[in-house]
Design a protein around this ligand. Sequence first.
Ligand SMILES: *Cc1c(COP(=O)(O)O)cnc(C)c1O
Length: 365
Amino acid sequence: MSTPIAPVPRPGIMDIAPYIGGEAAGTIRLASNEGALGPSPKAMEAYTRVAGSIHRYPDGGSTELREALAKRFNLDAGRIVCGAGSDELIGLLVRAYAGVGDEVLYSQHGFLMYPIAAKSVGATPVAAPETDLKTDVDAMLARVTPRTKIVFVANPNNPTGSHLTGEELARLHAGLPPTALLVIDAAYAEFAPPGGDYSSGVELVEKHANVVMTRTFSKIFALGSLRLGWSYSSAPVADVLNRVRGPFNVSGAAQAAGVAALEDGEFLERARAHNEGCRTWFVGELKALGLTVHPSIANFVLVSFQGQKPGKDDAEAARQFLKDRSILVRQMNAYGLPDCLRITIGTDEEMRAVVDALKGFLAGG
Ligand SMILES: *Cc1c(COP(=O)(O)O)cnc(C)c1O
């Protein structure tokens, strides 16, 4: 019998470990960093309103949405590009700027989509080590080579929750050659406390041709199912993205809901304040239980079980214990953090349930 010969994908593709999203079959879903309060009622209304026109192709330029973003964040609408989630924009940037023989640099515990996107175009992902689960600017710069085409930084980073200050971001950028593109993935920017040391990198975008900021409607705006993200960059990079993206990459429903979500400033502030208060309370409770919680300015925390007494130092056992109580949190093996769980900040009641369950886990014999 002859073995059938199957088509072979390009180099790199079969090295990809498929991205596995957070589990969804449970009552308390804290595995995907979705907004605790759900979407803005105004966004839901806008979504419903377009039901009768879904036979029409959407505006391929996402014009109204880009103008709303420009107004809301004081940006140049001409340099905003919208995408089907920021994941699409990450993929497009890698496709446009990296290929076989090129390197894509990211931080050791950086977002998994960076190495996945790099491998999908045959480029080599290069991970720089971290210090205390935080992006180490010097370690990143030490790994820049003439082949480095893209440098990814999630700010704040998922799954660690840590962030670089505006100063640290600027130092990272200053050490890069102008031929390398710095992509600042600011998926959780809106959760950062106003007036703090956090920066989404927008001021670097305004000054330099080789910086892109990506943002999403999936997290604080809680529109994950609609797949909506956007980027802000120099005009040449925006031009490149507009050439490689699909002509109708953002659905009309997503555009309409996005515009409405941006108009609901009151909801956004409520979501931010809820997250800040609830996360602060939750972290305090976990620390009182003796758990290590890594500092986070986002809507999730990384909890370490290392150092707990035997049997209670097993993050996977804790995850199962929570799952048996219908609480879903994220396992961190794929990020090389097997002692940790990532827990999204949900509603007050949900977080109380997590604390009670973890109390039970740590107390049980
Ligand atoms: C969730 C997340 C994204 C992807 O968001 P989408 O817009 O839903 O594709 C990108 N980057 C980071 C760091 C994230 O956590």
